[in-house]
Design a protein around this ligand. Structure first.
Ligand code: RAT
Ligand code: ZN
Length: 417
């Protein structure tokens, strides 16, 4: 055993966190096999929807005019407004700078064309390999929307997929818009009826099982509005109770619930137009209590829900809390949430996921979060060292591996009975 002194602790923790390979359990990244769905490079970084929302606060053009620009022009507009005319202090802006810096580009030049040339000189495979290696991300968990024609066609083509990438069956259109999705299912040969009948149930289950067999997902996921209730007299509740939960249990797949979105309060902004709402945790309590043999990954979007969610995880071992999602992925909130989770749950959480959409974002999303996770760990280990508890390097390495890697994989294989 390798004892750590109070003095050597900060440096040792930073090193351990830095060296720990990551399983990124929720991203929107795709390997090159998915063609145009794979995003990389400076123009994609700058047109990230988090920055589209920010640029409209300064922009003198309307959002409609902005969407008429091509990608490079949009990127230039964002660079001009958010980086040159104002200092890029927001988290999403800072992220672009961290990513540029981490790729070894010249920070002084502020020249987009130079950054473009750097990316263009790399093949997609070279670029991805470099980014995965520099961010120390070992496993990338995707978000796979089988209701998108582009994505569905890749799966139907039967292409084999880079083994560092793992599928997730994402079901928002099924659970949030069943009246429209029904006709898609019918068109694909599933005999769902207008009524919620035994036949409809069996056919939705058949659809789910077919896609599980095809994609081999690590879990099934949905993003839910802040108004989510369960059970109730809705298509969504019927689908969850009669199809999702039985299928997940049969295949031993966790069901990931991402709760708290307010649908497009400003639709013209596209992906940037969503908002956040505080949810009731009653639905979750019911699911955890009533379905003890199903496993649930849960993240919530509202800061106000974080305490309830963390306390709930103290009651149910079939709940794994994960990530600081979307509007919570800011240093001040990551720090607060990570500290609270460690204080209430010890290391039995998954503190972060990247939600990256553009490969280069892995560099900043993880380096920024690792810095905060390290700070919180230094504080927590120092507190226990103050009691006289001996800190062993190997034990801290074990804990950090749990947080950034093993808790995810162990939860997948966890047997609940
Ligand atoms: O954070 C985001 O990129 C959001 O737009 C959403 O994609 C969210 O993460 C989700 O998975 O629904
Ligand atoms: Zn996401």
């Amino acid at each position: 055993m390798n004892n750590l002194t109070r003095e050597s602790l900060p440096e040792a923790i930073r090193q351990i966190v830095h060296q720990q390979p990551i399983t990124d359990m929720h991203t929107h990244l795709y390997p090159p096999e998915f063609g145009g769905l794979m995003l990389r490079g400076i123009d994609e970084l700058l047109t990230y929807h988090y920055l589209v929302a920010e640029v409209m606060r300064w922009s003198d053009m309307s959002i409609e005019q902005f969407w008429m620009l091509n990608k490079q022009e949009q990127a230039e507009h964002i660079w001009q407004k958010l980086f040159l005319e104002h200092s890029p202090v927001s988290e999403a802006c800072r992220g672009v700078l961290t990513s540029i810096q981490a790729m070894g580009m010249d920070m002084k030049s502020r020249d987009l064309n130079q950054y473009r040339q750097f990316c263009a000189a790399l093949s997609a495979e070279e670029h991805i390999n470099l980014l995965l290696q520099r961010s120390n991300v070992e496993h990338v968990v995707m978000t796979n929307d089988v209701f998108s024609t582009e994505e569905r066609n890749v799966w139907l083509s039967g292409k084999s997929i880079d083994s560092r990438f793992h599928a997730v069956l994402r079901l928002d259109p099924l659970l949030n818009d069943y009246s429209r999705t029904k006709s898609l299912l019918q068109g694909w040969g599933y005999q769902v009826e207008e009524e919620w009948s035994e036949i409809s149930q069996a056919e939705v289950r058949r659809f789910l099982l077919d896609w599980i067999d095809r994609m081999n997902p690590l879990y099934v996921a949905v993003s839910l509005p802040s108004t989510f209730v369960f059970p109730d007299d809705s298509d969504r509740s019927r689908l969850i109770a009669d199809c999702l939960l039985p299928v997940c249990r049969e295949r031993d797949l966790p069901f990931a619930l991402m709760i708290g979105v307010k649908n497009k309060v400003h639709p013209a902004l596209g992906d940037a137009g969503y908002y956040v709402g505080k949810a009731e945790t009653g639905a979750l309590e019911h699911l955890l209590m009533r379905y003890p043999y199903n496993k649930f990954f849960v993240t919530m979007l509202s800061r106000e829900n974080q305490h309830e969610l963390t306390v709930l995880a103290r009651k149910f071992r079939n709940l794994m809390v994960f990530g600081c999602w979307w509007f919570l992925n800011n240093p001040v909130l990551i720090g607060e949430m990570t500290r609270m989770r460690l204080e209430l749950l010890g290391t039995s959480v998954i503190p972060q996921h990247s939600d990256a959409r553009v490969f280069d974002q892995l560099l900043y999303k993880w380096s920024h979060s690792k810095q905060i996770i390290s700070d919180v760990l230094i504080e927590k280990y120092s507190d226990i060292a103050d009691t006289g508890w001996q800190l062993e390097r190997e034990e801290i390495e074990r804990d950090v591996a749990d947080l950034l890697h093993n808790n995810f994989w162990n939860f997948l294989s966890k047997k609940l009975r």
